[in-house]
Structures are given as structure tokens and as C-alpha cells.
Design a protein around this ligand. Structure first.
Ligand code: NAI
Ligand code: AKG
Length: 392
């Protein structure tokens, strides 16, 4: 059988991918930041929008949750499967949200600074006079609004309940899995305005997309409860910083905690800028790397797709027939008919077949009982709408 697969796979690692994940790679997978002409890429937050994907790149694994740093459409056009690690770092983020809630309430950072800069020997006495400047409210009994009830948001919501808060949630696209795992005490609302109207604290846990850009802007802030503390450990672009500044100056928003500092947020008053530490725990880094490395090996070795954000999840396990071919193609009519006709014309018998689609893209896996030749790949690739063909 003509094999598409090269014996040695070259994996380009971008950012720091946990060794606990990388050590799961079989010996024929070479992972390094410096590989040339890679077969796959493992990435965290590095911006790939201007990255030139070579002809052999078949897979991009995001060791994390947000994929706004990856040009998904361009990858799909090239037949590159993009995956992520859902939920793998959610607990790490949840714990940072707890810290953010507390830091937004009491000016502990200001207090620590005051102590650090204190000159003299009477600190024991002077703290008692100074401390009122750093005081702030407790979380218990306050209302927490959680925007996005996915892997992180539902954990944050549960944490709020455990802290004695009244928790409201908003997520119009809530998956069944996340709904089933959501604490029943969370008051789920259908309009974010209901949440902005009531919440003392609001925390964002939604992806950054063209639809969610500036999600928090003048419209929602204009109905926010005065005294709002806003937590954004999701993505900077979810908040319209100019509008936020206006509502801070008016005393509506009293504090903003953001995990994505930029020149504008650095200049904002009442703002705590954190250097993107949401997932920076050994546990989150390991979980994320382990998850994407498993996806990577399964895709390169067997063509199985898991947790993809562009092609449909598809799993035929290990091939027990003579061979397997996989086709990444557009989700348009008659693709399966055309692909199977090429095989039928060559008198190749199909042992097993799976065809799935996801929005504009589809994936077909076919286990076959006969050997195939290299010319067959060209024939399938020549079908309009096919972007990649692999033989195993
Ligand atoms: N600061 C950091 O280090 C980290 C940041 N993140 C960010 O947090 C985001 C969420 O992460 P996860 O909870 O793991 O993702 P997730 O995919 O499990 O959950 C996202 C939730 O947002 C909901 N959603 C989408 N659009 C919405 C909208 N317009 N309004 C309300 N809900 C909406 C979805 O239905 C889904 O339930 C990621 O996309 C990423 O940008 C995630 C991990 C680490
Ligand atoms: O890998 C990281 O540290 C970034 C985590 C993150 O922002 C995400 O998973 O969306």
C-alpha cells in the first residue's frame, strides 16, 4: 500500500509545552521548537495568524482552551486539523478567578505596597491607622454573574455558591454536558442585561471571536449595578476598554481585574493587570499537554480526530483491515459518492467507513481490503472540495 505517512514525525513545539505531555510521544515523533518542515505543531498562546504552514503540516494542537491565536479557516482550507484541550486548565483558571474576586474586593495589593514602602519603626501602630484605606467587602451574600458556563464558567459558578454567593449565569450556547454538570443553585438567565443589572461581581468565561469582541461595552455597562467589580481572565478583547474607562470614571465599575494587560489597561485606574497567569500551573500545563499529545498521536498514527475545532470528531480506532485512507473535504453534496466511486473503479473493497461533517468541513475515513497505489491519491485529491488525502 502506498503510505502517505512519513516514518519519523517532526513536531514543532511553540511556547513551553509540558514535558509530562511530550514524554508520551512515541520514539518516532521528534518534538522541538527548531524542527524544519514540521508534520504538526503544538502551541499555547503563540500567535499563528502570520505563520506560514508548510505542506506537511497536518495537525495543530492547542495545549489550552482559547483558539483565537490560530487561523482556523486557513488551516481548514489546507486540511489541517486543529484541536484543543477542553477543560484541561479550567481548574487553574477557576482558582485565579477566586484570587481576582478577593483582590478586587480588598486592596490587599495596595496594602502590601504600603508596607513595602513604609519607612520608620512604628509600623505596628501605623498599620492600624492606615488599614482602613485597604478595606473592602466580603464575597458572601453578594451576587456573582458568570458569563459563559463552559468548562471554566461552571466551575467558577460552583465556587461562588460554595463561597456563599448568589450566582447568576448566562450562556445561550450551553452544551448538554455543561448543563448537566452545572450546580442547580445557579440562576441561569436568558439575557445578559438581567445579570449586569443585579451582579456585584461579573466574571467572563467565553471565547474571543468576532461575535464576542467588546462583549462588555457601553450597552451592558449602562445598566450595570453601581459598584460593579469586573473580572476578565478570558481574553482582553471581550471588554471595550474605552467604554469601561467611562463607566469607571462615573463610579459604576469600581474595579477591573484582567489577565491580558495591554497599553490601554495599563493606564486604566482601579485596574489589576495580571500577566496571563490563568493556566500557569503545573497541573493545567500538564493536563493540557497530555490531552493534545494524545490527540496528535492518534491523528498522525490512525487518522482519528478528537476535540477538533474545525473538522468533525471521528474515531475508527485502530485499522484492522489492509489499510486506511482518510479524506479532509468540504461539506458539500456528493463527496462520499465521488470518493467511493474512485475506489469502486479500482475494484477496491470497503471494509468500514465513517463520514462526518462539522459546519463547512467534513472528514471521511475508509478502511479497505485491497492494496492501493499512489495514483489513487491524486484521483481523490482531484475531486473538487477535497483538501487532503492520507493513506495509512
Ligand atoms: N487566562 C487564561 O489563561 C485562560 C483563558 N481562557 C479563556 O477562557 C475561555 C473559556 O474557556 P473554557 O471555559 O475552558 O471554554 P468552554 O468552551 O468550555 O466554555 C466557553 C463557554 O462560553 C459559552 N459562550 C460562547 N459564546 C457566548 C456568548 N456570546 N455569551 C455567553 N456564553 C457564550 C459557550 O457556550 C461555552 O459554554 C477560552 O476561550 C479562553 O479564551 C481559558 C483558559 C485559560
Ligand atoms: O497556555 C497558556 O498559558 C494560556 C492558556 C489560555 O489562555 C487558554 O487556554 O486559552
Amino acid at each position: 500500500m502506498a503510505k502517505d505517512e512519513r516514518r519519523v514525525y517532526k513536531i514543532k513545539t511553540m511556547n513551553n509545552i509540558s514535558k509530562e505531555g511530550l514524554k508520551l510521544l512515541p520514539a518516532n515523533f521528534i518534538a522541538s521548537p527548531d524542527v524544519e518542515d514540521p508534520d504538526a505543531i503544538l502551541v499555547r498562546s503563540a500567535d499563528l495568524h502570520d505563520f506560514e504552514f508548510g505542506p506537511n503540516v497536518r495537525f495543530v494542537g492547542r495545549a489550552g482552551a482559547g483558539v483565537n491565536n490560530i487561523p482556523i479557516d486557513r488551516c481548514s482550507e489546507k486540511g489541517i486539523v486543529v484541536t484543543k484541550a477542553p477543560g484541561a486548565n479550567a481548574n487553574g483558571v477557576k482558582e485565579l478567578v477566586l484570587l481576582a474576586l478577593l483582590l478586587s474586593s480588598r486592596d490587599v495589593l495596595g496594602g502590601i505596597d504600603w508596607v513595602r514602602n513604609y519607612k520608620g519603626d512604628a509600623i505596628g501602630k501605623d498599620v492600624e491607622a492606615a488599614k482602613k484605606r485597604f478595606a473592602g467587602p466580603e464575597l458572601m451574600g453578594k451576587t456573582l454573574g458568570v458569563v459563559g458556563l463552559g468548562a471554566t464558567g461552571r466551575r467558577v459558578a460552583k465556587m461562588g455558591i460554595d463561597m456563599g454567593m448568589n450566582v447568576m449565569g448566562f450562556d445561550p450556547f450551553l452544551s448538554i454536558g455543561n448543563a448537566l454538570n452545572l450546580d442547580t443553585r445557579v440562576n441561569v438567565v436568558e439575557d445578559p442585561k438581567a445579570l449586569f443589572n443585579k451582579a456585584d461581581y461579573i466574571t467572563l468565561h467565553i471565547p474571543y471571536t468576532a461575535d464576542t469582541k467588546n462583549f462588555v461595552g457601553a450597552e451592558l455597562l449602562s445598566i450595570a449595578k453601581p459598584g460593579l467589580r469586573l473580572i476578565n481572565i478570558a481574553r482582553g478583547g471581550l471588554v471595550d476598554v474605552k467604554a469601561l474607562k467611562k463607566f469607571m470614571d462615573a463610579g459604576v465599575v469600581v474595579n477591573y481585574v484582567v489577565d491580558f494587560p495591554d497599553p490601554e489597561t495599563m493606564r486604566l485606574p482601579h485596574t489589576i493587570n495580571i500577566p496571563h497567569l490563568g493556566a500557569s500551573t503545573p497541573e493545567s500545563e500538564e493536563n493540557s499537554a497530555i490531552m493534545v499529545v494524545r490527540q496528535l498521536v492518534d491523528y498522525l498514527d490512525h487518522g482519528n480526530i478528537r476535540h477538533s475545532v474545525n473538522f468533525p470528531d471521528s474515531n475508527m480506532g485502530i485499522c484492522n483491515s489492509m489499510g486506511r485512507l482518510t479524506v479532509n473535504h468540504r461539506n458539500i453534496p456528493n463527496m462520499l459518492g465521488q470518493i467511493t466511486k474512485v475506489l469502486a473503479d479500482e475494484e477496491i473493497n470497503i471494509a468500514n467507513l465513517l463520514n462526518r461533517h462539522r459546519v463547512d468541513w467534513a472528514y471521511t475515513m475508509i478502511d479497505i481490503d485491497s492494496p492501493v497505489h499512489e495514483g489513487l491519491r491524486e484521483k481523490i485529491l482531484n475531486i473538487d472540495g477535497v483538501v487532503r488525502v492520507r493513506f495509512f
